[in-house]
Ligand binder design. Structure first.
Ligand code: NDP
Length: 333
């Protein structure tokens, strides 16, 4: 059983010394357990936070233990009444090829509804994050302007489409022309800004948001967010979803203090984690599923192949080498 463990806690950008490949015997399956063969693993920016030993909303990874994370697998042996061989399941079994799971820590997914990979993306954690963060905190109204950073990623691309469904003007900020084209041509965004090539994001925002910014869905933090904060309207809402531009910083960077902006604009800035909405996941997944079926929502996935490429795929998140959800395919069904 190939596994990837956290070899040491990274400082700054993780690298080869952060991760170690190890081989272990496949565990014996006890009563009430099933053996899962991993098919796809999710790599997610929040995992960077778990590599550090700091208090957070989720436990840090333990050194020398398998990196946990969302995965999809196939049941290859079952000593549980709830699952049969061949079932497709999802859980947090992470970066390993096989896993003996207790029947209560995994969930079956129905491969007939949508491709199974969608349960790690648009119908899974990132889709739900977009749905609840935008609708519960951002509350976009028809005709308002919604700006999204990290707009071509898994969360951002979903946020923008939901904002369009709600009748908003949508402006995305992302790191390549290919991504900006994708947002405008395929997802119906009204405008897009390539933050890597522009020399003045504030000016671009002012142009693309002639009526100001009512909702800023923040995935990245840092300078991009500083720029958006200058364009807020009165009563703007700012769901703070992520701050990926700061995850690998060794020293916190200090930007403009936002308090005065929030006061002057009576703006609401609220951090959240998707887990806050656990009791409403069913509602969220159903709504996302219907929009998908009605063709109101679409998605892209960037799928890497091979267990050995999981750490590199994870690092690619910080280099912007994905459009939509980044996944690694580990085995065929
Ligand atoms: P993405 O699919 O958006 O992938 C990450 C993207 O971030 C990259 O493609 C890259 O795109 C962008 N990025 C990387 N480094 C920087 C940088 N220095 N400055 C600006 N952009 C950068 O990942 P997810 O959709 O999974 O996650 C998006 C955000 O949402 C993350 O911050 C994540 O931590 C957060 N999140 C929060 C959750 C919550 O419960 N609060 C749950 C899930 C995710 P580009 O080319 O545009 O730079």
């Amino acid at each position: 059983n190939n596994q990837i463990i956290l070899a040491e806690r990274p400082q700054g950008m993780p690298d080869d010394s952060t991760f170690q490949f190890v081989q272990k015997e496949v565990a014996n399956v006890r009563e009430g357990q099933i053996l899962i063969k991993t098919l796809y693993v999710s790599v997610d920016p929040y995992m960077r936070g778990r590599m550090v030993d700091a208090e957070s909303y989720i436990e840090p990874f333990k050194v020398n233990e398998v990196i946990e994370g969302g995965s999809i697998g196939e049941v290859i042996e079952s000593k549980s009444n709830k699952f049969q061989e061949g079932d497709v399941v999802t859980g947090m079994f992470g970066w390993q090829e096989y896993y003996a799971a207790d029947e209560n820590e995994i969930r079956q997914i129905d491969p007939s509804i949508a491709p199974i990979t969608t349960h790690l993306g648009i119908l899974g954690m990132t889709g739900l994050t977009a749905y609840f963060g935008l609708l519960d905190i951002g509350k976009p109204k028809e005709g308002e302007t919604v700006v999204i950073s990290g707009a071509a990623g898994s969360v951002g691309s979903t946020v923008g489409q939901i904002a369009k469904i709600k009748g908003a003007r949508v402006v995305g900020i992302a790191g390549s022309d290919e991504k900006i084209n994708y947002l405008k041509e395929e997802l119906g965004f009204d405008a897009g800004i390539n933050y890597r090539t522009t020399n003045d994001i504030e000016r671009d925002l002012a142009q693309d948001c002639p009526d100001g910014v009512d909702v800023y869905f923040d995935n990245v933090g840092g300078k991009i967010s500083d720029a958006v904060m200058t364009q807020l309207n009165r009563y703007a809402r700012i769901p703070v979803c992520g701050a990926i531009s700061t995850y690998n910083q060794e020293e916190p960077d200090i930007g403009p203090r936002v308090q005065q902006t929030l006061i002057k604009k009576s703006a609401l800035m609220q951090g959240f984690t998707v887990a806050n909405y656990a009791d409403r996941f069913k509602e969220g997944a159903q709504q996302l599923g219907s929009w998908l079926q009605e063709g109101k929502l679409t998605y892209r996935e960037t799928i890497r192949e091979g267990f050995e490429n999981i750490p590199d795929a994870f690092l690619d998140l910080f280099k912007g080498r994905n459009i939509g959800k980044l996944l690694v395919k580990v085995a065929d069904r």
